[in-house]
Design a protein around this ligand. Structure first.
Ligand SMILES: Cc1ncc(COP(=O)(O)O)c(C=O)c1O
Length: 396
């Protein structure tokens, strides 16, 4: 049945265009409601969502357990700052630390990925008394001053000018390029363990081990930006400590995106070495650790656990890769779990458009040949079948 709508698609688009800065290239759909991997629009259509609103809808859209937790918390106390203790905050921190590698023992909550990365770099500088930070070509770390200065991808550093000094660029996957920069002036090495925006670029497992060794040799803080790879996306809770990363555990892991299932929340997970350097008032943010966000974090992690989503990611990834081998136009599949980059001989944007016409949402990347899939962790075989049929039609 077609839902009643107050406004047409054209009305909503015209209003947004009139009153909002045009900072995003948008798909011409008006999202109204979501359920699992589906987005329902205000003109009665439904779309299979393989992008999750920039990798945010990890538990799927409006997961009932998360919705119930947010509703319940909103009726009790929406917010109080870190000047008081809170059961919601205590539970979220305990739950998050309990699923993290055992070396990461404390959490700091903030509101977004860029903020988590800013705080991670700040903690590294505080812990080492040094200023410089090495990051990698192709890595994306956010849009605030320090994070955008750490982003050696496309035009971002240019947008962020004047850049914060002390940011050095190494080549992702090339340990020699890091070794030539590593010395006692470096506070941190920060990386996306899988570079999503660059086109889902991976490095050999050895690279992570070598990075850890280099950091230990020079007393450098190793930071994994797991804003995309964290919270189950790769089929493990985190890339940190996983087999894909040689079991390496960094000193700091940053999280955001899927952590709150859509409620804005970011976090830094740190080890004892970092924690021992952080004192009262060294870090802070008004909204960090707010009760609604904390209820969303706990419920998100519970939903992933209760629904067996990590196992699902591994099983469905295998099935997806099998089915993709039937599609001649897909020349390579990059990534891991539900952070996948499908490489085409030419423009992925054309495939993105053709899929959208068949009511399937995917994502592009900085690599014009790579289409990104960042679906909810509850994606099923039947969704894959639908996608692969549509992809065959789109690329025939
Ligand atoms: C790997 C990575 N780090 C950091 C960020 C910044 O996160 P936010 O947009 O929440 O500030 C993003 C956002 O796309 C990201 O993909």
């Amino acid at each position: 049945m077609k839902p009643e709508t107050k406004t047409t698609v054209a009305d909503v688009i015209a209003l947004e265009e009139r009153y909002q800065l045009a900072t995003y290239k948008k798909m011409p759909i008006v999202a109204e409601r979501g359920e699992g991997v589906w987005i329902y629009t205000n003109d009665g259509e439904k779309y299979l969502d393989l992008y999750g609103g920039h990798a945010v809808a990890g538990t799927g859209h409006s997961h009932p357990h998360v919705v119930a937790a947010i509703r319940e918390q909103a009726g009790k106390l929406m917010f109080y700052s870190n000047l008081v203790y809170s059961e919601a905050r205590a539970s979220a921190a305990e739950k998050l630390v309990s699923i993290a590698p055992s070396e990461l023992t404390k959490a700091f909550f903030c509101n977004s990925g860029t903020e988590a990365n800013e705080n991670a770099m700040r903690m590294a500088r505080m812990a080492t008394g040094r200023e410089n930070v090495i990051t990698f070509s192709g890595g994306f770390h956010g849009r605030t001053a320090d994070a955008i200065s750490a982003t050696f991808l496309g035009k971002y550093r240019e947008i962020g000018k004047p850049n914060v000094p002390g940011h050095l660029e190494a080549e992702f996957g090339n340990i020699e390029s890091v070794r030539t920069l590593a010395d006692e002036t470096i506070a941190a090495i920060m990386l996306e363990p899988i570079q999503s925006m660059a086109g889902v670029r991976t490095a050999e497992t050895r690279f992570f081990r070598e990075l850890r060794e280099l950091c230990d040799e020079f007393g450098i803080v190793l930071i994994y930006d797991e804003v995309q790879t964290g919270v189950g996306r790769t089929g493990d809770w985190f890339f940190a400590g996983s087999e894909a990363g040689s079991g390496v555990v960094p000193d700091v892991v940053t999280l955001a995106k899927a952590l709150g299932s859509g409620i804005p929340v970011g976090a830094c997970l740190v080890n004892e070495r970092i924690a021992s350097h952080i004192k009262e008032n060294d870090l802070g943010t008004t909204f960090g650790g707010g009760m609604i966000a904390m209820a969303a974090v706990t419920a998100t992690l519970e939903a992933i656990e209760n629904d067996g989503m990590l196992e699902n990611v591994k099983e469905i990834e295998t099935y997806l890769r099998e089915r993709l081998s039937e599609v001649a136009a897909v020349v390579a599949v990059h990534g891991r779990g539900f952070l996948l980059g499908l490489e085409f001989p030419e423009k992925a944007a054309l495939v993105h458009k053709a899929l959208l016409e068949q009511k399937i949402i995917t994502g592009t990347s900085s690599d014009p040949k790579v289409l990104r899939l960042l679906p909810a962790l509850c994606l099923k075989r039947e969704d894959i079948d639908l996608f692969v049929d549509a992809l065959k039609a789109a690329t025939a």
